[in-house]
Design a protein around this ligand. Sequence first.
Ligand code: ZN
Length: 239
Amino acid sequence: MTPQPAALAAKLTARIPTLKQWSEAKPDELLHILETQAYPLQTGKDGDSVYLVDHLWALHRDELTPARQSRLRALVDTDNLSPAASFNVNAYCLALQGESTQLVQLWRSEFDARVTFAGLFVLMECFRHVKLQDLTVINEMIDMIDQPTWLFWGRLKAAVTFACLRPGQQTNAAEVIRKVVHNNTTPEIIATRERALQQLATDPALWSRCEYCCYGNVHSNSIIATPCPVCLGFGTILG
Ligand SMILES: [Zn+2]
């Protein structure tokens, strides 16, 4: 049964204090929720397990020590996590261990039902983390966002990924970004596009890690993370 708008609004309002609490929580507290399945009743495991593992990745990545990664891995394909959350944990742990080959295998596993549309974005994030240099895969990503069926936000997110992978002159990444992230949008999105193009055209040695965020992410009280206002979500700054 489709929830009525008023019921849905009430459900979302009830969720706000929980999200605020999670935003302020330490990694071990978030892991404990996953391990004990202490998901709030109004949302439940399907949404919250994905939310929590994505939050750990986005905002506590450098705190995911081998011991914490082991705790996360122990939950994969168990009742503690939804199938999507299990997929994400597996991919994130591979990225943290620098397992590029296995990530590419996942990208190519077209018969694996877990590789959903959302899963593709997770893999792109992981490619960004391991600084994938496989031009075949990078060109596949570029071709994907060039398809008219892709939603605008997805194209923008992918543009950030390409810029971070810095395929430089070896691909048509800049040309595609200019084409699909068009001018008929908000100033914030245009600024992100220009930042992506700048990064693509600049020597990687000129950029250093942004100290104001976690890989381009900053805390938000209502969603998993928001792009860092200093580096616009790229995680690096000039100089
Ligand atoms: Zn930043």
